[in-house]
Write a protein that binds this ligand. Structure first.
Ligand code: DLL
Length: 443
């Protein structure tokens, strides 16, 4: 039996009425480009994937045996993979190719436990760069553009992910990485940068640094992701930098950015279903939910060679829709991610769990597990994290704070303000402790 993803629908170019036009639309990409081939045979891709992991990855062999699917509905019977599975398999326990075929690794940092590692063969890098070129294509980027890539280069997937996609597309890349804000603004102006890639919170920092000077910039498109951001933030970024902002979604476990991106309609993100199989499940029961229902996104990488993953529980909350999009893209859309099914925080691109903060604090014997995390975005626009923690004693609190801040920097590379309080200073809760006060507005 064969089974197909929802057939590619190709709609006629739409006659636009004034109200539908996005505010600063300047480029109209062809989102059907390269899609003329037959519908993707998802079942064949699934069975190829199952054969590969069954042969090469003991973790999956133990769980799945030599399982084959005869209908796509059977996907729901397969076990999930979780972040914990990645961490326990650190560094190469989930590898599906011999080590000498791996040419690159990336990791998500920000943990006191083991990082999540994802590996790439040469072919994986090719596939990734294809996806990233497509991401840029959806945003209307062309060879004529000058693209400043202010995502962090290094172990984080953002920097090199956008880099290889942009190089493949053939635009001029300015690989600034993140930080050194005044220089970023100077380069945007001097090099007539037209496309900006960075986290949405850094885009706000850049907008603030550019000030009124942004009118002298040539920016027209921005590709922002790696953390949740609201529609209000989109409007602020667009007004502050004079560009059209696109949302890009991805995660280390699935190889980085390039899983989904908005089209110029900005009405949900198209999931690249020829590479990734998407489901939405009930975060409690794990049962699949129908299109239109909010739940947890579960993703399978259908083609990755070195680090394939089956039914990864992203913990990201979204809604899938199979309504055709007027842009012509055949790919289903997911709603903008605004929340998570767990308590993971994303602060300046670093993923952080309160439990990791707790573990770090408790390495210092004079500190207690009475702590609170205050996340804010107002002061300098970049997210700030203040850790408030009670000490066991009443003196030398400043020294303890310095020691804790140093440990945070060393372990997770994050500048954190630590306030050490006297015993009993924090409010006690009668139910679940309220560990996180998130003052950022993401809704
Ligand atoms: O953030 C990959 C990436 C880089 C995506 C650059 C987009 C642009 P991780 O560091 O592993 O990977 O973090 C993945 O970040 O599970 C979401 O919770 C969150 N996230 C990523 N993109 C978005 C987005 C990269 N567009 C985690 N909107 C994911 C909301 C996002 N949350």
């Amino acid at each position: 039996m064969t089974c197909h993803l929802p057939p590619f629908r190709r709609s006629q170019p739409e006659v636009r009425s004034g109200g539908l036009e996005p505010p600063c639309l300047r480029a109209e990409p062809d989102n059907t480009r390269g899609m003329e081939a037959a519908p993707i045979d998802a079942l064949a891709l699934w069975n190829d994937l199952l054969a590969r992991v069954g042969e090469q990855v003991p973790f999956y062999r133990d769980r799945l045996g030599r399982r084959r699917l005869i209908a796509q509905e059977e996907v729901a019977e397969l076990p999930f993979t979780t972040k914990e599975d990645f961490r326990s398999a650190y560094p190469f326990g989930l590898l599906a190719v011999p080590r000498d075929q791996v040419v690159r690794v990336h990791m998500s940092s920000g943990t006191t436990g083991k990082p999540v590692v994802t590996a790439y063969t040469r072919r994986d890098l090719e596939l990734w760069s294809e996806c990233m070129e497509r991401v840029l294509g959806f945003a209307g980027v062309t060879t004529a553009d000058v693209l400043q890539n202010a995502y962090g280069y290094g172990l984080f997937t953002g920097g090199l992910g956008f880099h290889i996609g942009a190089e493949r597309l053939g635009c001029l890349v300015v690989p600034t990485s993140s930080g050194v804000t005044q220089r970023q603004v100077m380069l945007m102006r001097d090099l007539e940068v037209s496309v900006l890639c960075c986290t949405p919170s850094y885009a706000l920092v850049l907008a603030e640094a550019a000030g009124e000077g942004h009118r002298g910039l040539q920016l027209r498109v921005g590709l922002f992701g790696a953390e949740p951001w609201s529609e209000a933030m989109r409007r602020e970024i667009e007004a502050g930098l004079g560009l059209e902002a696109y949302d890009v979604y991805g995660l280390t476990e699935l190889g980085g950015p390039g899983v989904a991106v908005e089209c110029h309609r900005h009405d949900g993100l198209h999931i690249f279903e020829d590479h990734f199989y998407a489901e939405v499940v009930d975060p409690e029961s794990g049962r699949p939910l129908p299109p239109g229902a909010e739940g947890e996104l579960v993703l399978t990488s259908l083609r990755r060679e070195a680090s394939p993953v089956i039914r990864y529980r992203t913990r990201d909350l979204t809604v899938l829709t199979d309504e055709p999009c007027p842009c012509g893209s055949p790919f289903r859309r997911m709603r903008k991610v605004t929340g998570r099914a767990d308590d993971m925080l994303i602060i300046r691109g670093e993923n952080l769990f309160p439990s990791q903060v707790e573990a770090l604090l408790l390495e210092i014997p004079e500190l207690t597990a009475n702590y609170q995390l205050v996340v804010d975005r107002s002061a300098h626009r970049l997210d700030t994290l203040e850790v408030r923690v009670e000490a066991r004693r009443r003196d030398g609190l400043q020294d303890l704070a310095q020691e804790a801040a140093r440990r945070f920097r060393d372990a997770i590379g994050l500048g954190v303000e630590v306030t050490v309080l006297e015993p009993g200073a924090l409010p006690r809760s009668e139910g679940k402790a309220r560990r996180v006060i998130d003052r950022r507005e993401l809704g």
